[in-house]
Design a protein around this ligand. Sequence first.
Ligand code: HSC
Length: 703
Amino acid sequence: MNTLITYQVEDNLALIGLARPPVNALGQPLRAAVLDAAERAAADSQVKAVVIHGANGLFSAGADISEFGGDASFAAPDLPGLLLRLTRLDKPLVAAIGKLALGGGLELALACGYRIGEPGTRVGLPEINLGLLPGAGGTQRLPRLIGAKPALDMMLSGVQVGAESALAQGMLDRLSASAETLLDEARAYARELVTGEAPARPAPPFPEPAKGLPEDFLARFREENEPRWKSRLAPRLVLSAVEAACLLPLEEGLAREVALFKHAEASRQSEALRHVFFAEREAGKVPGIDPSTVPRPIGKVAVIGAGTMGGGISMNFANAGIPVTLLERQGEALDRGLAQIRHNYGISVKRGKLTETQLEQRMALLTGSLDYADLADVDLVIEAVFEKMEIKQEVFRTLDRVCKPGAILATNTSSLDVDQIAAVTARPQDVIGLHFFSPANVMRLLEVVRGRKTAPDVLATTLKMGRTLGKMPVVSGVCFGFIGNRMLEPYVREAHRLVLEGATPDQVDGVLTGLDLNMGVFSMLDLAGIDVNFLVRDSNRAAFAHDDSYCRLGDELYALGRHGQKTGRGFYAYEGRNRQDDYEVVALAERLAGELHLPRRRIDDAEIHDRCLFMLINEGIQLLDEGIALRASDIDLVWINGYGFPSHLGGPMHYAEHLGLDKVLTGIRHYRQALGDYGEMWFTPAPLLERLVAAGKQRIEPI
Ligand code: HSC
């Protein structure tokens, strides 16, 4: 008996239930089982209609992503072939879509002539997030069902569409009254179709999907959107496939789609994005935490400090419907903080992303306070005060006094030792680092810093809470700067040093944005504030006391009051949003190079790439070796979600594997020698990198 599906014939209906937990991924065994069941239904003269449903409620999350990149994704029956066969059955097929139909799951539903969902159903074609395009008819059948423009928008955004909207757009024909009645209503629908002698498939509403659109619609669409796509391949392939849907008959369009899909699947970008997909699932699996670890309930939260960071953190909770007490020392600062939050929400209202009512609902969840006594009953406190150990320790001493037993005490420090902060309390097991990234209401990364004594249930609670807030929580051990900022240090160091040696900020940034990073080092520092960077550096001077030459550029800009965008000048000169290289910075670099006896020279882009990226990668490998990061893929997530590293390169560790670990090691050794004393001092290969290369490993893993 096949355990991947259930098959029943009831009167004149065949019910095919997909039963491959957890998400009915349409891998080869399930495809074979569905084909087998469909043939049975086709051959059974008693069967007049077929209902396909998720045997455990959920319909399908699409093709089995783990099959991609090998032969399995095309193993017979392949998904396009299976769905083509379904469209050719001469009996009506009804898809009963419980919970979700994504990617190939929605394509399966589109291959059925009729679709019914439940009130919570979500449908979508999220292939783009995997560097793919829908490859089993989605790019051809969806435009014919809802029109080329909405189909294109859906495929390019990868968004999940709710039941009501799917019904309005025509992706669903009906909605059941509830999830519980979905299957019964699907049965009734199928019987109606039989009684009414409905065709196996109704004619598509948009047989010519581009009809009604301007003739140059697709060309203009491409022209307008290409700059935003940077070097991403998948959006361009989606557009080509939709072009085919508009120009070619269905069968030819389907063939073109498969060819485009194969191209996408074989691409480096898709391989990297699939790596990211599985990395995100892995990140939640942490040693010491298992399903038996019961998270603590989080009903009420407090945030200490109503500055930019504290305000942004508070907004996350208000957005998730969790009440927050925002604590400040001075009434004025508190009022300013609350007004800033209102202002931020106001911007969302102006952009149509929030209604006035939602704004008020969220503000109502925020309570200002000047008194620590108001924190007595909260379940979680996040401290976001000035980045100085003594100040943070003082806050934690107070929290230890006022908070109830079992409350989680978190610090938002971006670099300080969480264990030293925990040590001033009598409950270090309840203390943890929750490092939000600025702007905290926008950035997805949440570094969860596990102290030496942090209790497993505290870690489990904060990981779960992070996901509830829509963040990507990644666990880090304690060290200066944790995963992200510690790696930032050598990367930023090389960028500064390269400018002293003869590159310009714009050249350095250009190499990095040429890789599709959101921002180069210098634009990032100008945005974050050269003063902020100075203070962080200042608190760690001992670590580079032996050679702080590369810091002098940033230090002098700080002393000159060139604090970045906010002062109109930093590494660049700004006019409004436009920036340009500033000859004063070049002159400063020349003067400093002279004082440091550094010969200036023309620096080529490859050197900029290798020195910045190899040092970043080297530090990441070192963090893995020290056990600060649990796995290389966690490091990738930190850099993708916190530092704008392009996900289609898979993060810095995945990128290093693609470049070749031996190449990275050779490069580091080369600069160690070529850059004299500076090279000797800073270009030390991580021992793990040396071991991996010696062992002939292609992947970064602890050995
Ligand atoms: C696709 O469908 C391509 C097709 O267009 C065409 C193919 C044609 C090819 C041939 C051409 C000739 N596969 O996320 P969770 C696992 S591309 C495999 O923790 P949640 C997941 O790894 C696909 N595994 O749960 C995890 O495993 P673990 C398009 C999948 O409730 C477990 O399920 N579809 C999988 O937070 C639970 O997942 C998508 O991109 C899949 N498709 O979220 C949807 N989906 O426990 C991707 C999940 O071992 N999936 N798993 O770690 C999701 O967005 C989310 O997983 C859900 C569930 C929203 C489904």
